[in-house]
Each structure stands twice: as structure tokens, then as C-alpha cells.
Ligand binder design. Structure first.
Ligand code: ZN
Length: 261
């Protein structure tokens, strides 16, 4: 009798745990990348796909990838909680329009490194506003590690992280004007002035350099890391990247998939 009761309890516990797990719907991410860009940026995209796919193991979330920017259309995007831009950005008017519509209707965006690149030839005012108004100004070369500091350790993306750490090798971008000047931009991580002058060939001598930020009018996060495969493998930085993904997904207007119903 005792064994039967134990067996019954075990089965009951198993059923309950399956039922509890089933309450967390899987979310879907669509990552865009290009193979026809700077080699280091292609290397980053490959490493990123490996990194994020690894996070899906055990029947986790759906991480789809595409190198076809034409997939940026209403029909394709409708089921995705998050669009990731690994080393590219929308190009044609149709792609730009679909992306803007997706974001204005509550879509999620996680952009790395060159995803925020824009200059006088970009001619897309909406994107500039979305990113906080900063036009690409200058970069360091060669790519180098740098000390970064956290602006707010109470945000879900940064909670539990140290006040500062040495971020792995990256090409750091500086923007003009700094996105920090916009009221709807919340900067979470900045490059420490301790790094200046940063670079051996191309030098960033001074100035404000936000590294991770969000535009509070949208579900979005921008992370300047993303130059090559060195970006992954540092525990602090990996944790930051995972928290960024989780936060954008958690704020989906359909509900927080990480919370029990
Ligand atoms: Zn780069």
C-alpha cells in the first residue's frame, strides 16, 4: 500500500510539474543577419546565432534566423515577440515601413553594434529618432577591450551585475549628439572615461559614449557590443545580453511569458 501511495504521489507531482511548466508559452525570436558585410560583423553574427541557439536547448524558445531582409514584412513578423538585428538594418522603403509598423504596434527589437549605424546617407528620420538621435560620429581601431560602467543597477537588464567590468574586444561607436540627451532615452551602460584615449589607429579621445540604452517609447534595447566573435564568453557580458533579451520579451503586450498565469 505504501509503495502504491508513493507511486501515486510521484505521478501526481510529475503531472503537476508538467502542468506548471506548460503555463509558460514559448516565445519566438527572429534574428536578421547578413553574410555580405564586413568579415568581423559576419563572425559576430555566426557567434551570436550559436550563443542564442544554445539558450534554446531543452525545448526552449524559438530562435529563427534569416539572411533575407525581405522577411521584414507584416506577415512574417506577426508571431515574433522580438526581432533581432545582428549585423544589418532595414534597407528598402518596404522593409523600413514594415519595421516601423511592427515597432509602433508593440513589437520588440534587440539591436547589436552596426544595427544602429546611421550617417548622412541613411535618410531615415524615424530610425534616427527611434535610436535617440545620435548619428555615427567616430570609433576606435583596432577593436579593443574597454571598461564600462553601469548607469542604473536597479533595471531588470542590469540587476545583479557589478558597477563596472572590462568588456571584451569590441569596436566602440560614439554618436553625435549623444542619445543620452534625449528625455525618452534611458542609458544603462556607458564607456568609462578611464579608457580615453581609446584606440591605436583610430582614437576616441573623449566624450560621452553610451553603450547600452533603451528608448522608453518602444520595446527596444540597443547594445553596442557586436563587432566580432569576442563578444561572447565573458560571464558578466553574457549575463547582460541574456537579461536584455529576457526584458524585451517580458514586456510583450500579450503578457509576460515568464510569469505564471
Ligand atoms: Zn564593427
Amino acid at each position: 500500500m505504501k509503495i502504491n501511495r508513493l507511486l501515486f504521489l510521484s505521478v501526481l507531482m510529475l503531472c503537476l510539474s508538467v502542468a506548471v511548466n506548460a503555463q509558460f508559452p514559448r516565445f519566438k525570436v527572429l534574428a536578421f543577419y547578413s553574410n555580405r558585410v564586413e568579415k568581423d560583423h559576419v563572425d559576430f553574427a555566426k557567434a551570436a546565432v550559436f550563443f542564442f541557439k544554445d539558450l534554446t536547448k531543452g525545448n526552449g524558445f524559438v530562435f529563427d534566423t534569416t539572411s533575407n531582409m525581405a522577411d521584414l514584412n507584416d506577415e512574417k513578423l506577426k508571431d515574433y515577440s522580438l526581432v533581432m538585428m545582428l549585423n544589418d538594418f532595414p534597407h528598402s522603403p518596404a522593409q523600413r515601413e514594415a519595421f516601423q509598423k511592427y515597432m509602433e504596434n508593440g513589437g520588440g527589437w534587440f539591436g547589436f553594434h552596426v544595427a544602429a549605424y546611421n550617417d548622412k546617407n541613411t535618410k531615415w528620420p524615424w530610425l534616427l529618432d527611434f535610436l535617440g538621435g545620435g548619428v555615427f560620429y567616430r570609433n576606435n581601431w583596432p577593436p579593443m577591450p574597454a571598461k564600462v560602467t553601469f548607469d542604473d543597477l536597479n533595471h531588470p537588464v542590469t540587476k545583479g551585475l557589478p558597477e563596472t567590468f572590462i568588456s571584451p574586444i569590441n569596436e566602440w561607436y560614439q554618436w553625435k549628439p549623444s542619445p543620452r540627451e534625449k528625455k525618452n532615452i534611458k542609458v544603462l551602460v556607458s564607456l568609462s572615461p578611464d579608457n580615453y584615449p581609446l584606440g591605436l589607429k583610430d582614437i576616441i579621445p573623449d566624450g560621452d559614449l553610451p553603450v547600452v540604452w533603451t528608448n522608453t517609447d518602444y520595446r527596444m534595447i540597443y547594445v553596442n557590443m557586436g563587432h566580432d566573435e569576442n563578444v561572447f564568453g565573458d560571464a558578466t557580458q553574457d549575463k547582460l545580453i541574456i537579461a536584455a533579451l529576457r526584458w524585451v520579451v517580458a514586456t510583450d503586450k500579450k503578457g509576460n511569458v515568464f510569469e505564471k498565469k
